[in-house]
Design a protein around this ligand. Structure first.
Ligand code: OXD
Ligand code: MN
Length: 585
């Protein structure tokens, strides 16, 4: 008798009509075969086998270089359940529309059936899925990003406890591209894109959009957060989850090379993008990284800024849309100085400055997590790691200070719910526009965000030892447009203050928006930064915040009556705290 898994694959093949079906077992021999198939397609090449063994460069179609949020849909029964921040399609209409595109889409092609687990194979927090796809590039990436093949088959067995996902690259025409989620059915259909989050269905589609729905129903959390452990001089490691919008440095923060290592502060990586968290018996929220690899943004990362990331991707890595040197090594802006002669750009053309950047700004590397020199010894712990702090952050040239701490959980939820950031190249659309991106989940929340805020508020009441909530901004600029803070490894100084606050030590100064480090509380030794610049970094400018209040109010109006009352209360509280004094430090 066919299992539910086999039945589902059979159904998907009846629709897409592939020439053959290959069930993936996850073995190395199979991986080499799949990579061979990827290389047969003219869009992928082998990199220098001596300096980058087992590394490949894939060039995606130039119209398919980032997640396409305007083509991403939540197909819940009612539009209101998807909420004002999601695109919605009626589930029946979506099945009809995408069904027509998927009908026969794999004719003459191979359908790969990829069973996978999100999370460590032995963790009770993990969940299983299956992706069927006609792209060998997707299979090779899924093998790095999830535990796939036999281990997942064994877990699923004859149960129906898996999230199915159907993916076909179709003809890559953006007018026929849709990424559709059916939250009530826990189903994903994606057609017309071969790129990252649109096509690796375990990542954004399952681990965030579908999982966020499951988490709310089942009383846990699925968040767009990196997970790191900060080791202190006494050897104790404190774990933190941090949510930043796409391409704001999550991978860099998760794999940070600490500049305070000589003082005994060191960062361990548990995850760089997604956290699944449950309340454990010890009363702490415990987090696992559902992924097994990192799909990080390459540009801006080099030996000088992050040797951990660079060390991780020297073997077994798939690069997407980076440039290539004459020595067939990957290259991108920020890797190591100026571009060299003979560079081939991401579009496979001889590069010259008139052609723009050599690597696409959203170029990526897909690398097994365990290859990171900073990988935490507990990154695959079945019970997850206990989270002591949540950090929200965005890219703000003004307004948000380098770091501040919320007054309590409810205020922290307000801080997360009002996060804003300048847009980046991770999604198609304008870059550099300030947009509200609560908890960095706007592109990834599978249901109405008003209910999502309600879920956060409810979780706060249920967690006996809730994480303290902070906000950071590495990207504040001076009036002449220069970054005030060096970022990268120096960010450990901010993490150190956060740790001290968690432990009830670090000193703070109360402002209307929360606590900022008191003068002298941030460890700055070994760093040349003028005290005036530190003051600028911490400044809470009343005019900026008055404007912020107006913008937040406008944003909240989108959710009408569905917005939890507590967030209105926090808005009023902030407004009251800003009003009397005219603030600042
Ligand atoms: C990602 C994203 O790829 O957030 O992680 O876009
Ligand atoms: Mn992300």
């Amino acid at each position: 008798m066919a299992t539910p898994l086999e039945k589902w694959v059979e159904e998907a093949s009846r629709l897409t009509k592939p020439e053959r079906i290959v069930w993936c077992d996850g073995s190395e021999a199979e991986n080499q075969r799949i990579i061979g198939e990827m290389l047969e397609q003219s869009d992928s090449v082998t990199l220098n086998e001596k300096t980058y063994p087992n590394c490949y460069l894939h060039r995606s179609s130039p119209n398919d270089v980032a997640r396409t949020e305007h083509l991403t849909f939540i197909c819940s029964r009612t539009k209101d359940d998807a909420g004002p921040t999601n695109n919605w399609m009626d589930p029946g209409a979506a099945k009809y529309k995408l069904g027509a595109l998927l009908d026969g889409a794999m004719r003459g092609r191979t359908m790969y059936a990829v069973p996978y687990i999100m999370g460590p194979a032995n963790s009770p927090i993990s969940k299983a899925g299956i992706e069927v796809t006609d792209s060998p590039y997707v299979v090779a990436n899924m093998r790095i990003m999830a535990r796939m093949g036999k281990v997942a088959m064994d877990r699923i067995g004859s149960s129906s406890d898996f999230v199915p996902g159907l993916h076909s690259t179709g003809d890559l025409d953006p007018t026929r591209r849709y990424i559709a989620h059916f939250p009530e059915e826990r189903l994903i259909w994606s057609v017309g894109s071969g790129y990252g989050g649109n096509a690796l269905l375990g990542k954004k589609c399952f681990a965030l959009r579908i999982a966020s729905v499951m988490a709310r129903e089942q009383g846990w959390m699925a968040e767009h957060m990196l997970i790191l452990g900060l080791e202190a001089p006494d050897g104790k490691v404190t774990y933190m989850g941090a949510a930043f919008p796409s391409a704001c440095g999550k991978t860099n923060l998760a794999m940070m090379v600490s500049t305070l290592e000589n003082q005994g502060y060191r960062v361990w990586t548990v995850g760089d993008d997604i956290a699944w968290m449950k309340i454990a018996n010890d009363g702490y929220l415990h987090a696992i990284n559902p992924e097994a690899g990192f799909f990080g943004v390459a540009p801006g990362t080099g030996m000088k800024t992050n040797r951990n990331v660079m060390g991780a991707l020297r073997h077994n890595t798939i690069f997407t849309n980076v440039a290539m040197t004459p020595e067939r090594e990957p290259w991108w802006e920020g890797i190591n100085g100026a571009p060299t002669a003979g560079l081939i750009n991401w579009k496979n053309e001889a590069w010259d400055p008139s052609k723009g950047t050599a690597a696409h700004p959203n170029a990526r590397s897909t690398v097994p997590a365990h290859q990171s020199p900073s990988i935490s010894p507990r990154w695959e712990a079945a019970e997850g790691v206990p989270i002591s702090a949540f950090i929200f952050g965005g890219r703000r040239a003004r307004v948000a200070p380098l770091v501040y701490e919320s007054f309590n959980w409810q205020h922290g939820v307000f801080v997360g719910a009002t996060m804003a950031s300048e847009t980046t190249a991770a999604a198609t659309g304008n870059v550099g526009i300030v947009r509200r991106d609560p908890m960095a989940m706007v592109p990834f929340c599978g249901y109405n965000m008003a209910d999502y805020f309600g879920h956060w508020l409810a979780m706060g009441k249920r967690i006996p030892h809730p994480p303290k909530i902070f906000h950071v901004n590495w990207f504040r600029k001076s009036p002449d447009g220069k970054f005030l803070w060096p970022g990268y490894g120096e960010n450990v100084r901010v993490l150190k203050w956060i740790l001290e606050r968690v432990e009830g030590r670090g000193t703070a100064h109360e402002t209307p928006i929360g606590y900022v480090p008191a003068r002298g509380a941030l460890t700055l030794d070994g760093m040349s930064i003028a005290p005036a610049v530190v003051d600028d970094l911490m400044r809470v400018d009343p005019e900026d915040w008055e404007q912020e209040l107006i913008d937040i109010k406008e944003f909240f109006q989108k959710f009408a009556d569905r917005l939890p009352r507590e967030l209105h209360v926090e808005h009023e509280n902030l407004s009251r705290r800003l009003a009397p004094t005219g603030v600042a430090r």
